[in-house]
Design a protein around this ligand. Structure first.
Ligand SMILES: Cc1cc2nc3c(=O)[nH]c(=O)nc-3n(C[C@H](O)[C@H](O)[C@H](O)COP(=O)(O)O)c2cc1C
Length: 250
C-alpha cells in the first residue's frame, strides 16, 4: 500500500502549502459568505433561545467527559425542539450574537472561517415535521430544505447500511463549503476543515450527555448518495461527517 502522499499532506501544511501572496484573500477576492443564504420567499423557523434553556447548567463537565461514548442504540422517544435547539447551539451556535464579523461560535475554527454547514434530518423531533433542515447560526433558526417521512431509511442506506443512523431522533450532517477556508489558506484548507468538524461533533457528544441522549460519529458513508440527500452539488459543497442523536437508556 503506497500512502506517503497522504501522510505528507498531514504534516506542517501551513508552512508548506500556503503562498500567502497567492490566496484569494491576498488577491482581493471578496470573502465568501460565512453562511449559505436563505432562499427568497423562505421564512426560517426560529428555535428556542438557547440562553433560556436549562440543559447542562447542573452537569458536571468532568462527568460528561467521563461518560461520553458512542451510542448506537436509540430509544423510540423523540427529542424536543428545545433539546434540538440546545444541540445546535452547542455544535455551531453563535457565541456573541451582537458581534457579526467574524461570527464566532461555540466551537473553534481555523481562522474563524467556519467552512461547515449543518443540516439536521429531523426524524422524531416534537414540533418539527419530519424532513431535512439547515441550521442558520446567525439567526439560530432552521431553514426547511424539504419534508420527507422516509429520510431515516435513506440516510441509513447512504451510510452503507448502518441502520442505527436511521433509528436516531435527529441526524446531524456536516457539509463543507471549502471555498470559505480556501479563500484564506489555499490548499492547507483541506487539512483544517475536518479538524473543525471534529470540534463540532465532540461538542455534540458532550451536549448529548446533558439531555439523556447519545450520539455516534459517522464517517463511513457513500459520498454521492449523501450529497444527493443534501442536494449539495458535490463540488462547492459536500458532506463531511454525520452524527445520529437520540435518547438513550441509562
Ligand atoms: C472520525 C470518526 C469516524 C467514525 N465513523 C464511524 C462510523 O462510520 N460508524 C460507526 O459505527 N462508528 C464510527 N465512529 C465511532 C468510533 O467507532 C468510536 O468512537 C470508537 O469505537 C471509540 O468508541 P467511543 O466513541 O465509545 O469511545 C467514528 C468515530 C470517529 C472519530
Amino acid at each position: 500500500m503506497d500512502i506517503p502522499g497522504n501522510r505528507e499532506f498531514l504534516k506542517d501544511s501551513i508552512r508548506l502549502r500556503i503562498d500567502f501572496s497567492a490566496t484569494d484573500q491576498a488577491r482581493g477576492v471578496p470573502q465568501p459568505p460565512i453562511e449559505k443564504p436563505v432562499p427568497p420567499g423562505v421564512e426560517p423557523m426560529p428555535l428556542p433561545d438557547p440562553g433560556a434553556l436549562p440543559f447542562g447548567k447542573d452537569l458536571d463537565l468532568r462527568a460528561a467527559i467521563a461518560r461520553r461514548r458512542s451510542q448506537r442504540r436509540f430509544l423510540p422517544a423523540p427529542l424536543s425542539i428545545e433539546e434540538l435547539s440546545f444541540l445546535l447551539w452547542a455544535t455551531q451556535g453563535v457565541r456573541d450574537p451582537d458581534r457579526r464579523q467574524p461570527m464566532l461560535r461555540t466551537v473553534p475554527s481555523a481562522g474563524a472561517r467556519h467552512a461547515l454547514e449543518t443540516y439536521v434530518a429531523a426524524l422524531r423531533v416534537t414540533g418539527v415535521e419530519a424532513g431535512l433542515y439547515r441550521y442558520l447560526p446567525s439567526r439560530h433558526a432552521l431553514v426547511t430544505e424539504y419534508l420527507a417521512g422516509d429520510l431515516g431509511k435513506r440516510l441509513a442506506r447512504a451510510c452503507l447500511g448502518q441502520t442505527f443512523v436511521g433509528e436516531a431522533a435527529a441526524v446531524f450532517i456536516w457539509a463543507t463549503i471549502p471555498r470559505r477556508m480556501e479563500w484564506r489558506y489555499g490548499l492547507a484548507a483541506h487539512r483544517v476543515i475536518p479538524m473543525d468538524a471534529g470540534h463540532a461533533c465532540q461538542n455534540l457528544y458532550l451536549a448529548c450527555e446533558a439531555i439523556g441522549a447519545g450520539t455516534c460519529a459517522v464517517a463511513a458513508y457513500h459520498q454521492e448518495q449523501m450529497d444527493a440527500l443534501l442536494r449539495a452539488d458535490g463540488e462547492e459543497e459536500f458532506t463531511l461527517y454525520l452524527a445520529p442523536a437520540g435518547k438513550v437508556g441509562a
